[in-house]
Design a protein around this ligand. Structure first.
Ligand code: SF4
Length: 479
């Protein structure tokens, strides 16, 4: 990988997005997805310019854009290309995403160079979700360059020159293994150079607080941005149909959304805006540094949403005042998707921070591992303890029988609890994607997420904390 720093031509006024986070200013990022390639580029650039001008003109909150990359669709402009249409003097205020889906490391390098040359210095790498309708087999045929790998390529941009990179996380996980898998992977991303954090979209404020507490408890003070969604009836229908990977809602919240679908257009919009106000104000009082808002892509809608958010930030100045209103608005709505959902702490949403130091997180409980799994682990450890230092072809038949080996060029079994990560449909080796289902099943179906299994195994073998320090790399390069 060539040195990206040599090619960078960032704006001379530095990085106003990073500076705002460092000053503790609450930021609002209005999300905009890059358009399809079948759109007229000039018309798309004009639309983006109109949105940018509306967003930068918002008063009362520090607003800018977040341009997402290959979020769902296939044939779209890459965010790095599309963001070149932003006004040159303001590119340091915006954030662009860089998806690893269908993108080789060389293509990542090219896109990063485009971003750097254009002066787009704030980048959030993501691995990318499966394309709607993809089967496991379709997904396996795609190339996914992992967010952790991309972060390591981009390097740590903490100086005057360089990328300022972010990391995404899905805190809305409800088994101990999927939750800890997300947290461990986030630490790995921070260790790979990420300087701020953006969450997956969700409505469970306990989970947003839990993420804050966990990182504060570990003295990891990184600015966090909560992704919120201003819903439309169409989006609600799609959430209820489970079309958004990683957005897991409870049956109580599902009932609320179903009820709102029967409201008049104005009542529906009013309900969404009030929920957004409460969530945004709550995020700030819980210590979040900003929000990234999806669903407000038109200039008029973005302006209305931003004004309502700015009003809520003025309205709620204390946690006590906010929690009273929040509780009365959502009454006793249960946000956990099932009864035994796992939360890391007790007593959340009673105060923004614990009064007497951070509480100890809950133990993640007894190891849930069967006798057969124990035997299989011990056997694989006995047979393949040094497989990462041997030729990948060594003992391939045994690896196939005992670990479901998929014949990659580099064996990493000893680094992944002797679970073959090539069995993840996206072939991720550094931790789970954000699409894991509520009970720990893979986003694409077909049983437990490979990384939930790795966390379970690591818990049983007493090597849980090591998960955030190991970078198994991809199976592409052989030895
Ligand atoms: S196995 Fe886990 S990480 Fe891989 S695609 Fe499925 S949910 Fe995502």
């Amino acid at each position: 990988m060539r040195d990206l720093q040599l090619e960078i031509n960032f704006a001379k006024h530095g990085n106003r997005f990073r500076d705002a986070l460092n000053r503790g200013e609450f930021v609002l990022l209005i999300e905009n997805a890059s358009p399809g390639r079948d759109n007229d580029p000039a018309a798309s650039a004009e639309r983006l310019a109109a949105l940018e001008s509306a967003v930068l003109g918002i008063e009362g909150v520090n607003a800018a854009l977040a341009i997402t990359d290959r979020y769902h669709n296939l044939d779209v402009w890459r965010a790095a290309e599309y963001a070149s249409a932003l006004s040159p003097e303001n590119r340091d205020r915006h954030v662009i995403y860089l998806s690893g889906r269908d993108t080789t490391p060389e293509e990542v390098h090219n896109l990063a160079t485009i971003a750097a040359n254009a002066g787009n210095c704030n980048i959030v790498p993501v691995t990318g979700s499966a394309v709607p309708g993809d089967t496991v087999r379709d997904c396996r045929r795609r190339t996914f360059t992992e967010s952790v790998e991309i972060l390591r390529m981009l390097g740590n941009g903490t100086g005057d020159v360089g990328f300022f990179t972010g990391a995404t996380v899905n805190p809305f996980q409800y088994t101990p293994y999927t939750l800890m898998g997300q947290y461990f992977k986030l630490v790995k991303k921070i260790n790979s150079g990420a300087s701020f954090i953006v969450t997956q979209a969700g409505w469970d404020m306990l989970k947003l607080q839990s993420l804050r507490w966990y990182f504060i408890g570990r003295s990891l003070f990184y600015p966090m941005i909560a992704r919120l969604v201003l819903l439309t009836p169409d989006k609600v229908e799609r959430i209820l149909a489970g079309e958004y990977p990683g957005i897991n809602i409870s049956s109580d919240f599902r009932k609320i959304l179903e009820k709102e679908l029967h409201y008049s257009v104005n009542q529906f919009e009013a309900a969404q805006l009030r929920r957004l106000e409460l969530q945004a104000a709550g995020c700030r009082l819980l210590g979040y540094s900003g929000i990234q808002l999806a669903g407000a892509e038109l200039p008029g809608r973005a302006k209305i949403a931003a004004e309502r958010i700015a009003g809520a930030l003025r309205e709620f100045t204390s946690f006590e005042q906010w929690i009273e209103e929040y509780n009365s608005y959502l009454a006793q709505t249960e946000m956990a998707p099932y009864d035994s959902s796992f939360y890391l702490y007790d007593c959340m949403l009673r105060r923004p921070y614990p009064e007497k130091g951070m509480p100890e997180p809950h133990d993640i409980g007894e190891s849930k591992i069967s006798g057969g799994e124990k035997f299989g682990f011990l056997l694989r450890r006995f047979l393949f303890a040094h497989a990462d230092r041997q030729r990948a072809a060594n003992g391939r038949l045994l690896k196939k029988l005992l670990a479901g080996c998929r014949t990659c060029a580099r064996c990493r079994l000893p680094l992944t609890q002797f679970v073959c990560t090539e069995n993840c449909p996206k072939r991720l080796s550094n931790g789970p994607c954000g699409g894991v289902r509520p009970r720990g099943e893979c986003e694409l179906g077909g049983g437990e997420c490979v990384h939930s299994r790795i966390v379970r195994m690591a818990h049983w073998s007493g090597t849980l904390q090591k998960l955030e320090d190991i970078f198994p790399g991809s199976g592409r390069e052989g030895i």
